[in-house]
Each structure stands twice: as structure tokens, then as C-alpha cells.
Ligand binder design. Structure first.
Ligand SMILES: NC(=O)c1ccc[n+]([C@@H]2O[C@H](COP(=O)([O-])OP(=O)(O)OC[C@H]3O[C@@H](n4cnc5c(N)ncnc54)[C@H](O)[C@@H]3O)[C@@H](O)[C@H]2O)c1
Length: 453
């Protein structure tokens, strides 16, 4: 069975010479927090000669054998890395079998003309003549299609594929049961086997008891974060875990909630108090679903988009809908692959949220999440010593009327507060987040108070 994503697996980049594997590979490794290894470089180091010399002196068969040995050894190593395989490595059955066991094989696709323009004139032994280059390109095409788990043409595409995310019509998601938000089921005539009204234990209980699935079957969840959190948690726990596919239908879902494997339910005592990490085997993003999204929900998502832009240092909110979602989804996917269990960088995603959650809680959750996050971003920027103009222009946050002491208590109760210190995500500038426990509590309180009318 094809590998669904690269969590706990090597990413093996394959593709024709000139596809950009050696340029994109190190960048992908950096985004995923992994090391980058070129199989060719390992072969060269061991043979103490270049691939061109190896071909010339010992022939292609000797090179393929050395390449296969190196690939097998690299694939057996932990932790998972990003490996670059030469264009012909997939021609060897043993290498293909090892890839199927240990790697997520990603085909970096390129047109033959683009590939030729990049490599002609180099000393590559198989790039000396346009005609045989073209013939080899055609011959290899089928091999890549057969062996690859996914295809990408650029860095964000590679990150998204590695996380199991693809942009496609929602109708392409398939499974054995379909849990759907009732409004989405009605709007899009989704053939639901289960309607998910909320994310309480009772909602998940309905799913547990209604699902009639085998361990190897798949649950599809179509809806916003409420639906994917609840159905994902049901999938994480039903028969000790079945596979699931997320089809996010809100902007929050497409840029945030359906990515990274956090699932869970709310208890009367607090939101998301029970949950599990359970990565969806696929996330299918259909941006056209957003056309029916109410304005309030769009604003909730826009706050997460702006947060992502501050974290990446790019004004992603200026992009059109599809590119905005793609850039934000790729950012979240990379950070979650890098830190699937939130032991490090994943905490950056909380930018603005510590304040936001405190305000939401003090309003008894009447304050919309997007408005709370927008205000939280203001506080984070102020404490970072940064301009707030952009957040004010795009999200137009205005101070909210609620009880200051209740908000302060809620911020204190937040799980990020320990030993009288609050862990905050701040920025050293656009695109430079860091976590610090060192902001004096008096300043934190001042920043919170400034958000309250
Ligand atoms: N797991 C995570 O990493 C993560 C991240 C962020 C948020 N969340 C969770 O997500 C939840 C919020 O999710 P949300 O903001 O997506 O909202 P939601 O799922 O509650 O949906 C909001 C509203 O939009 C409607 N809706 C959904 N899709 C629609 C569409 N295409 N057209 C018209 N209406 C549509 C729904 O019926 C609902 O009324 C929270 O519970 C939060 O805790 C989880």
C-alpha cells in the first residue's frame, strides 16, 4: 500500500535529472527539521571518485549496485531524513522495495525541456545528447509514476505532499463512512453516514456507537474544525485507532484545524481537554467549499492567516484564496511534521492565542475566536516591540468589553503558565518567532488590559 505521508518515514526525492532535487532537497529538509542526504554524494565519497568517473571506469551496472547499497543503508537509519535518489535508482527492484517499506517517495516532476535546459552542458554522463536524454525521460516517467507516493513541483507542494495534503475536489475523498457537519451536508449534498453536531463527548459517543467499521477501514470527516476534531478523535479511539481522511470546509479548517493530527473534544470544564494526536491519512482541501462560508467564519480563518503571515514574514493575506490557503497549510504542515507532538517549534502556532483564549474564556465563549485571536496578535506584537498597523488594517480588532480580572484569571489558568511565569510566543521581527517565559507578569497584564474596553 502506498505510504500516505512522511510522518516517521524518510522522504525519498526521486525525479529525472534536472528536476531540482538537489536544490529543493536541502530546503525541504530544513522545513521538516531533518537532515538532507544525497545518495550520489555517499556513493562518491565511498568510491572516492565522482559519479561521472565511476560510470566511465566501471560502467553503469557497478554504479547502480553501489547506489543501491548506499540507499539501503541510508533508508535503514533513524531518525527519518530527506534523501535524494539519482534518476535511475528506481530501476533497481531492491531499492524500490526498501523505499516502499521505509520511505514516502516523492516524485519531483519537471518537463523534459526544463530538465534539459538545466543540465545540458554539464558533465553528467547521461545528459550529453538531447535525443537520448528525451528517450530516457520518457522511459523513466512510468517508473516514477509507479513507485512514487505523490508528485510535487515546488517546495510548498513537497511539504504538503509529505503531510498527506492535496488540493482536490471534496468529492475525491473516499472512505467507508462519512461524518459531516450538518450544514455542509445540506449545502453540498454530501452523502453522510453520520452527522456531527458538535465536539462534545456525547457527539463522539454517537460516532463510536454508530460506526460499523473494521480496523482497516477509513472514516472521512467533512466540515470545519469542530467536525474534524470530533471525527478525528473518534477515529483515533474507535477500535484503538482507524484511519481517517479530513476534508476541511472552513478557512480555519483548511489553514489550521485539519492539519497536523491534533484531534479532540471539549468538556464542560474546558475546551479541548481530551484528545489525541492522530494524523489523518489524507487531507483533501477544496477551496471552493469556502464560497458558502459566512463572513464571521471567514474572519475567524483570516485571523489564522494573518498569524501565519507574521510567523513566516510574508504577507500571505494579500494572496488570492487558493494561494493563501496553500501557503498557510504548507507552513502548518511543515511545523507539525517537524514537531508532531508539540515539544518544540509547534508552540509558535500559539502566537496571539494565549491572550485570545483568555478573552474567549472571560466572555464565556461569546467572543468569536477570530476576534479574540486578532486582539491576541495585537498584544503579541506590542510585547514584541513591533508595529501593529498591519493587524489593525486587515483584521480591524477593537477592544472588547469584559471583566479584566476574569480574563487575567483565565490567562493564569492557561496550560502555558507555570511557576508564576507565562510562556509567550513573541517575534524578533516578521518571520522570527520565539517562545519566552521572561516577560514580566506586570507587562503581560498591561498588554491584556489594553485589549479590554
Ligand atoms: N485540531 C487543531 O489543530 C485545531 C486548530 C484550530 C481549531 N481547532 C478547533 O476547530 C474548532 C473550530 O472550527 P471552525 O472554525 O472550522 O468552525 P466549525 O467547524 O465550528 O464551523 C463553523 C460554522 O461554519 C459552518 N460551516 C462549515 N463549513 C461551511 C461551509 N463550507 N459553508 C457554510 N458553512 C459552513 C458550520 O456549520 C458551523 O456553523 C474549534 O473547536 C477549535 O478548537 C482545532
Amino acid at each position: 500500500m502506498a505510504a500516505p505521508h512522511a510522518l516517521n518515514r524518510h522522504v525519498a526525492l526521486v525525479g529525472f535529472m534536472g528536476a531540482g532535487k538537489s536544490t529543493l532537497g536541502p530546503l525541504l529538509a530544513e522545513r521538516l527539521g531533518r537532515t538532507f542526504v544525497s545518495v550520489d554524494a555517499v556513493v562518491e565519497e565511498r568510491a572516492r571518485m565522482s559519479v561521472a568517473e565511476l560510470f566511465a571506469t566501471r560502467g553503469e551496472a557497478a554504479f547502480r549496485s553501489a547506489e543501491c547499497d548506499a540507499a539501503l543503508e541510508l533508508l535503514s537509519r533513524t531518525p527519518p531524513s530527506v534523501l535524494e535518489l539519482g534518476g535511475g535508482a528506481l530501476g533497481v527492484e531492491t531499492t524500490r522495495a526498501a523505499l516502499a517499506t521505509s520511505a514516502f517517495t516523492l516524485h519531483l516532476d519537471v518537463s523534459v525541456d526544463e530538465a534539459w535546459s538545466r543540465v545540458s552542458g554539464s558533465d553528467r554522463p547521461l545528459a550529453q545528447d538531447r535525443e537520448s536524454f528525451g528517450a530516457r525521460f520518457d522511459e523513466r516517467g512510468g517508473l516514477y509514476a509507479d513507485a512514487a507516493d505523490a508528485v510535487a513541483t515546488d517546495l510548498d507542494g513537497a511539504v504538503l505532499a509529505a503531510a498527506g495534503i492535496r488540493f482536490a475536489p471534496h468529492t475525491e475523498a473516499s472512505g467507508h463512512a462519512v461524518a459531516v457537519d450538518p450544514r455542509v451536508a445540506q449545502l453540498y449534498r454530501v452523502a453522510a453516514t453520520h452527522l456531527v453536531e458538535g465536539k462534545s463527548v456525547a457527539d463522539v459517543d454517537m460516532l463510536w456507537r454508530g460506526l460499523e467499521l473494521e480496523r482497516a477501514q477509513v472514516l472521512v470527516a467533512v466540515g470545519g474544525g469542530t467536525t474534524t476534531d470530533a471525527a478525528g478523535f473518534a477515529a483515533a479511539t474507535y477500535k484503538r485507532g482507524i484511519d481517517w481522511v479530513a476534508v476541511p470546509s472552513t478557512l480555519v479548517g483548511q489553514v489550521d484545524a485539519a492539519i497536523g493530527g491534533k484531534t479532540g473534544v471539549d468538556l464542560p470544564e474546558g475546551k479541548n481537554l481530551v484528545g489525541a494526536f492522530h494524523w489523518p491519512r489524507a487531507t483533501v482541501i477544496d477551496v471552493s467549499l469556502l464560497e458558502t462560508l459566512p463572513d464571521e467564519e471567514r474572519r475567524n480563518g483570516l485571523a489564522e492567516v494573518v498569524k501565519t503571515g507574521l510567523l513566516t514574514g510574508e504577507p500571505v493575506w494579500e494572496l488570492d484564496a487558493e494561494r493563501q490557503v496553500r501557503a498557510c497549510a504548507a507552513y502548518k504542515a511543515a511545523i507539525c511534521l517537524r514537531d508532531p507532538y508539540e515539544r518544540g517549534d509547534r508552540a509558535f502556532l500559539n502566537l496571539g492565542h494565549t491572550f485570545g483564549h483568555a478573552l474567549e474564556s472571560a466572555s464565556d465563549y461569546h467572543l468569536p475566536h477570530g476576534r479574540a485571536v486578532a486582539l491576541g496578535l495585537l498584544a503579541a506584537l506590542r510585547l514584541s516591540g513591533m508595529e501593529t498597523g498591519m493587524v489593525e488594517d486587515v483584521l480591524t480588532p477593537s477592544p472588547v468589553a469584559l471583566d479584566r480580572d476574569r480574563a487575567w484569571d483565565a490567562l493564569h489558568r492557561d496550560k502555558k503558565v507555570r511557576d508564576g511565569r507565562v510562556n509567550l510566543v513573541l517575534l524578533d521581527g516578521p518571520g522570527k518567532p520565539y517562545v519566552t517565559p521572561d516577560v514580566e507578569l506586570g507587562r503581560v497584564r498591561e498588554a491584556l488590559d489594553a485589549l479590554i474596553a
